[in-house]
Design a protein around this ligand. Structure first.
Ligand code: NAD
Length: 487
């Protein structure tokens, strides 16, 4: 793999106010491939000293953008969609090289990003208010207005989707946006910014890669009105605490420790396949929605477990930039160490390893953060892998025989993002879904998003809903107007 294969971002600055600027803090950071260790490039990182200038530029942009007619905003956003689609291959390849997910999967990420912006452009006429009938002498009606400047803070697992794909709702609503791409994989967002440069009025879209301290400074800045973060629960709490000082609005899409529940009437083969698909092994389990806890009824437990290794073996770790690769690597050494730590702990606590559990042997993968698809059976509630979000390719399988106990176990974690149930009995499926404390549920399905349908968490998995009309409305505030028409 050589860097010549990619078009890396050409600019070395941070982007705000319609132009590239040097970072005031002067921090230059190397960006390495997590698959090979190769130096991809160096970037300038924004620091707390850059926040004032970026926010001032975004406030200028907001004053222009809020007055652009929503239909015209939608036209410009469709132009963004055209540019993203025209550069899909290049953006997917950069993401694969930088974050370690397979390029084939990253193509879908880029297309999903384009599709999301396109959907919100199409929703422009849905930012409706309401009116109340009071007779001919008075009118009371409401309109929806943007908040101002939105900080959009992204995690590493789908860098392009969370940095660029999530622009649709805040922009359609008339806000200016400051994006902080993930520090582990900032390159696709920076290249995306280069490609989108000039389409929007100056200051409307701003792209500042930086670390946690920069994210914290951005969140706390008085000129930022709304903070949207996709990330871990501790980050969500830190953002909420910082935002509380000025009662800023927040949208929090956080972690998950999601359950798949298989009833005894379900087909063991389909359950085994679903358990593997639900783990999103292709991006190393680094997905908030992964069903990383599988609760399988004792009547089908052995039959399911017998089949799981065959399906897991279809995910073979390989170089992420190779189009044939079915499973990539973890994003960083710290993430790799963390996952290996959980595997060691699971063994020590008595879980039964049925496949994976180690780095692959292939010599070309020796310098990367790879781990084989890993499945532990006979997991019990006290074990760390039963309760903590690993965010790696590790599936925990539990045996159950009592419905009310299994639902209590499923709901016993603080997370509540997704839930999947497998049964042929629709009444049983509905009963399980009704009891599940999770924001997005599947019946006889796993992993899939349904764009237009609300995605978001119960409990500590987050606040707010994305990928749907509610996301657009969240970026608006309602203003009521009372008119006296007498005389
Ligand atoms: P993270 O919480 O470590 O970081 C996320 C982003 O927040 C990064 O850009 C980081 O720099 C920034 N950040 C960290 N501390 C901050 C602070 N105090 N103030 C402002 N910004 C701060 O998460 P990660 O490791 O990048 O991503 C993995 C996590 O994201 C997992 O928990 C996963 O479940 C979650 N996630 C959730 C969803 C969802 O839709 N619910 C989607 C993807 C990932």
């Amino acid at each position: 793999m050589t860097t010549a294969a990619y078009t890396l971002p050409r600019e070395r600055g941070i982007y705000y106010g319609g132009g590239w600027h040097p970072s005031k803090g002067g921090v230059v950071t190397p960006v390495h491939s997590p698959a090979t260790g190769e130096l991809l490039t160096t970037i300038n990182e924004a620091t707390a000293e850059d926040v004032d200038a970026a926010v001032a530029a975004a406030r200028e942009g907001y004053r222009v953008w809020r007055d652009v007619a929503p239909k015209e905003r939608a036209r410009i956003m469709r132009e963004m969609v055209r540019v993203i689609r025209a550069n899909l291959e290049e953006l997917a390849l950069i993401d694969a090289a930088d974050c370690g997910n397979p390029v084939d999967e990253m193509r879908r990420d880029v297309e999903m990003s384009a599709g999301l912006i396109e959907m919100f452009a199409g929703f422009w006429s849905e930012m409706k208010g309401s009116s109340v009938p009071f007779g001919p002498d008075m009118l009371s009606f409401s309109v929806r207005e943007p908040y101002g400047v939105v900080a959009r803070i992204a995690p590493f697992n789908h860098p392009f989707v969370f940095s660029i794909g999530r622009l649709g709702a805040p922009l359609a609503a008339g806000n200016a946006v400051i994006v902080k791409p993930p520090e582990q994989a900032p390159l696709s967002a920076l290249r995306g910014m280069e490609l989108l440069d000039g389409l929007l009025p100056k200051g409307v879209l701003n792209m500042l890669p930086g670390g946690r301290d920069f994210g914290a400074a951005l969140t706390a800045h008085p000129g930022v009105d709304f903070v949207a973060v996709t990330g871990s629960v501790p980050t969500g709490k830190a953002v909420m605490r910082a935002a509380s000082d000025r009662l800023k609005r927040t949208m929090l899409e956080l972690g998950g420790k999601n359950a798949l529940l298989a009833y005894p009437d379900s087909d063991p083969d389909k359950v085994a396949q679903a358990m593997v698909r639900g783990m999103n092994f292709t991006w190393c389990g680094q997905s908030c929605g992964s069903t990383s806890r599988a609760f399988v009824h004792e009547d089908i437990y052995d039959a399911v477990l017998e089949r799981v290794p065959t399906y897991a073996a279809r995910f073979k770790p390989g170089l992420p930039t190779d189009p044939e690769t079915t499973m990539g690597c973890l994003v960083s050494k710290s993430q790799h160490d963390r996952v290996l730590g959980y595997i060691a702990k699971a063994k020590a606590e008595g879980a039964r390893l049925i496949c994976g559990g180690k780095q692959p042997d292939a010599p070309e993968l020796a310098n990367g953060f790879f781990i084989e698809p890993t499945v532990f059976a006979d997991v019990t509630q006290e074990m760390a892998i039963a309760r903590e979000e690993i965010f790696g390719p590790v599936l925990s399988v539990f045996k159950w025989n009592d419905e009310s106990q299994v639902m209590a176990d499923i709901n016993s974690v603080d997370y509540g993002l997704t839930f999947a149930v497998f049964t042929r009995d629709v009444a049983v499926a509905h009963r399980a879904v009704a009891r599940a404390e999770a924001g997005f549920c599947w019946i006889n399905e796993v992993s899939k998003h349904a764009i237009g349908s609300a995605f978001g968490g119960y409990k500590q998995s987050g606040i707010g809903r994305e990928e749907c009309l509610a996301e657009l409305l969240t970026y608006t505030q309602e203003k009521n107007v009372y008119i006296n028409l007498e005389g």
